[in-house]
Design a protein around this ligand. Structure first.
Ligand SMILES: C[S@@+](CC[C@H](N)C(=O)[O-])C[C@H]1O[C@@H](n2cnc3c(N)ncnc32)[C@H](O)[C@@H]1O
Length: 198
């Protein structure tokens, strides 16, 4: 019997490229929603996983003026950041409030790569962050051992109840999802959060 003619090889769908990667993590789709940062190797506690200079720092009230001063490319990058309209009804300030880090002196800083870290409450957040005014850098450091493939998280706030209004989600960390009576009776994690070192 004649061999059936071979089907032409179908082109494979391209493997999704991470939006950003360095030696420690890559930014890709997260089950929490949108993008997140995932360890690309086992990372020991105390490892500096990222330092980044801000795209800009600004008082919240000057966000339109600051945005207007960006180049077209910077504006495009800014507009690709996550945007929650909970407390702002215009996209430019809404992106700012969804992504800004406090950087002292009443200024919020936008960091294009670091904005992809999702939140978990202390003691479940795997990383902490520190603003260095003299160096003009935000530094992210692991505060526990992180396994390859695990999502790396930071604590956005010390008030988990404010996450829904300010960021549009309810936290799914064990501190937030464990019923209160179980926490008290079984000694489950008690919650509380890191106050970011700035
Ligand atoms: C600073 S951004 C973090 C990165 C974002 N996921 C993205 O795609 O760019 C903040 C937004 O991420 C999402 N997010 C962060 N932490 C989350 C969590 N623990 N659960 C669900 N969504 C979360 C929310 O939509 C929030 O408004």
């Amino acid at each position: 019997m004649a061999a059936a003619p071979k089907e032409p090889a179908r082109p494979r769908p391209p493997t999704p490229q991470p939006l950003f990667s360095n030696d420690f993590f890559e930014v890709r789709s997260s089950p929490k929603g949108g993008l997140g940062a995932f360890a690309s190797a086992d990372i020991p506690e105390g490892t500096v996983i990222m330092t980044e200079a801000p795209l800009f720092r600004t008082p919240a009230l000057q966000i339109f003026w600051t945005y207007d001063a960006l180049s077209d490319e910077q504006k495009r990058a800014y507009k690709q950041l996550a945007c929650w309209f909970g407390i702002e009804d215009h996209k430019i300030p809404a992106i700012f409030t969804t992504n800004r880090f406090e950087t002292g002196k009443g200024l919020g800083g936008i960091f294009l790569e670091s904005s992809r870290f999702n939140h978990a409450c202390h003691p479940h957040a795997t990383c902490t962050y520190r603003w260095d005014e003299a160096e003009n850098l935000m530094t992210f450091t692991s505060i526990m051992d992180v396994k390859k493939g695990e999502e790396m998280t930071i604590a956005y706030t010390s008030e988990p109840k404010t996450l829904k209004k300010n960021y549009g989600f309810d936290c799914d960390c064990p501190s937030c999802t464990t019923p209160k009576d179980l926490k008290e009776e079984e000694g489950a994690p008690s919650g509380g959060v890191i106050v970011p070192k700035i």
